[in-house]
Design a binder for this molecule. Structure first.
Ligand code: ZN
Length: 233
């Protein structure tokens, strides 16, 4: 179920399918763009619907994948408005008609897209304000695989994580990585706040919760609680 040419974090065997539901879950995470942001496609084959999280780049390939799977895109969910996570969102919206969801505290970062592009020395992608603002506690996702939005400011003021409760999985954006945490030296970053967000929101989740970070390999809440050097007190 991989996109050809993408190294894929294969999650099928780990996440499985929630009890009592007999559809087939499609869950693919693959790095996109020069900063290799982990983009995730989560779909329900029976309902023919999907969401895409953090389509930072490589939109034509993501769109082709949705088309080949026969999935209608329901939502484009952005964990935060850094260019490597949000850069392709408008392009994907134009191809699919799906709404873009982003926490409003990151709107200032959307307005700095030319500056963000200059930091990386890449062309400025066209962006637009989100169609819906992502609020803490809100539910997103396809009906069979809902996620609760956790507002976790610190990497940016509008950073969110998505907790797929029945799947025991969290998509962490750039808040938590395997063995590390998100940088806080960019505009909107706050070092104390990210630590507080991780302790009060993410480390409250069960140890077995799988974590798909915004970059790099998967981990679990338990592994990070035990050995992440930034989280030991
Ligand atoms: Zn970021």
């Amino acid at each position: 179920m991989a996109i050809a040419g993408f190294p894929v974090l294969d999650f099928h065997a780990i996440a499985g399918t929630p009890r009592g539901y007999h559809g087939i879950m499609i869950l693919e995470t693959f790095p996109v763009g020069p900063l290799q942001c982990n983009c995730t496609l989560l779909g329900d084959e029976a309902a023919g619907e999907a969401i895409v999280i953090d389509p930072g780049d490589e939109i034509s390939r993501i769109h082709k994948r949705l088309t080949s799977l026969g999935l209608k895109l329901k939502q484009i969910v952005i964990t935060h408005a850094h260019i490597d996570h949000v850069g392709g969102a408008l392009k994907l919206k134009r191809l699919t008609g799906a709404p873009i969801l982003l926490n409003e505290n990151d709107l200032p970062l959307l307005d700095m897209m030319d500056k963000q592009a200059a930091w990386l020395g890449i062309p400025t992608p066209e962006t637009a304000p989100p169609d819906e603002v992502l609020l803490d506690g809100q539910q997103v996702g396809v009906d069979a695989y809902p996620a609760q939005v956790l507002h976790t400011p610190g990497h940016t003021q509008g950073s969110v994580c998505l907790h797929f409760v029945p799947l025991k999985m969290v998509i962490a954006g750039d808040t938590l990585f395997a063995g590390s945490i998100g940088r806080t030296d960019l505009p909107g970053g706050d070092g104390d706040q990210i630590i507080d967000s991780i302790h009060t929101r993410l480390l409250k989740l069960p140890d077995e919760t799988r974590v798909i970070p915004g970059h790099g390999p998967m981990t679990t809440i338990g592994a990070e609680r035990k050995s992440n050097p930034f989280l030991q007190s």
